[in-house]
Design a protein around this ligand. Structure first.
Ligand SMILES: [Zn+2]
Length: 336
């Protein structure tokens, strides 16, 4: 197989050609969130030959993800999304360098995650992370592509620092916790994240190739087939892009315990990072329940609960929404 056979149909496009393909092969992108949007984006971009792709997700794969997260299958349930997606992407295109990060994105690591990237793609379902991405990308002048999908509609917007409005130009502050609908509470049709993720992927190619991009907030409802592109104005008094007051990035406190809304799960992150040896911890926990572990996550199953423990001590406790129970399970089994 001639090497350029892989991208032949793409090189034929007048907007790409050999020169554009070469540029794509040299590009670096980060996809934050490997759910329905993230898997669509990752699949598109790895096949398009984006040379370096970093995938970030803190979660493990659950049965209810399979309805829409199109790179996962039944054998993947219980494993780290970032790790599984990286394995699949490498099989799709071994010429691309893939780096998985199975971690929470927060104010201390976001700048490292986006460093030296050409474009950041939002595949999260979390406003706090989006505000963090917005702060970090505006500060470091890296383009990012906002995306969201729920029920049968979705939105997307390109944010090019110093050129287009930023996320805080449209949403001035983070909505109150629990005030927004989530896929866990209202559901999502599997076609809409595939469409929005594909729009984000296309805009990423255009940004990488320095072509004209869509400006404005795009929204689409696949059920009613209604499409809008709303013109957004940059606000001079915007805390982020106007005043360069990066409130989310400069947060003093790190969230240590969060409910994974609607999932019956709580995530606990220790204040100080630790380095867990899965071998040692696995031996200890084998006496208490069913243990299995892979590179990035150790899973402990005990009656009624499942603990997914990551190397830095971050743990997702499935089976409860009660923070006290989660805390006691954490200290009982991990004891850090
Ligand atoms: Zn702004």
């Amino acid at each position: 197989m001639p090497v350029n056979d892989r991208y032949n149909r793409q090189i034929l496009l007048k907007n790409i050609q050999e020169k554009g393909q070469k540029k794509l092969n040299e590009s670096k992108v980060t996809i934050i969130g490997c759910g329905a949007l993230g898997t669509t984006i990752a699949n598109n971009l790895v096949r398009a030959g984006i040379g370096n792709i970093q995938v970030v997700d803190r979660d493990i794969i659950e049965l209810n993800n399979l309805q829409r997260q199109n790179l996962f299958d039944e054998d993947d349930i219980g494993f780290s999304k970032a790790e599984v997606i990286a394995e699949k992407l490498r099989k799709i295109n071994s010429e691309v360098r893939i780096k998985p990060i199975a971690d929470d994105v927060y104010y201390k690591n976001i700048e490292n995650i986006i460093k030296n990237m050409d474009v950041i793609l939002d595949g999260t379902d979390n406003m706090l992370i989006r505000f963090l991405i917005n702060d970090a990308c505006v500060k470091h002048k890296i383009p990012w592509i906002y995306g969201g999908a729920i029920e049968s509609y979705g939105i997307s917007m390109n944010i090019i620092p110093n050129k287009t409005p930023c996320l805080r130009c449209i949403i001035q502050d983070i909505p109150e916790a629990g005030s927004l609908p989530t896929c866990d509470t209202v559901g999502v049709l599997n076609t809409i994240p595939a469409i929005i993720g594909s729009i984000q992927s296309t805009e990423a190619l255009k940004i990488l190739l320095k072509k004209d991009i869509n400006e404005g907030l795009l929204s689409y409802d696949v059920w009613s087939h209604s499409f809008n592109n709303i013109n957004i104005k940059k606000r001079n008094d915007c805390e982020c892009c106007g005043k360069h007051n990066f409130e989310f990035l400069n947060a003093k406190k790190r969230e240590t315990m969060i409910s994974l809304c609607g999932k019956g799960a709580i995530q606990i992150t220790p204040v100080n990072e630790v380095k867990i040896s899965f071998e040692d911890l696995g031996k200890k926990l084998q006496k208490l329940g069913k243990v299995d572990y892979h590179k990035l996550v150790l899973r402990l199953k005990i009656p009624g609960y499942e603990l997914n423990i990551f190397k830095n001590g971050r743990t997702i406790i499935i089976g409860t929404n009660d923070k006290k129970i989660a805390k006691s399970l954490y200290s009982k089994y991990i004891g850090l």
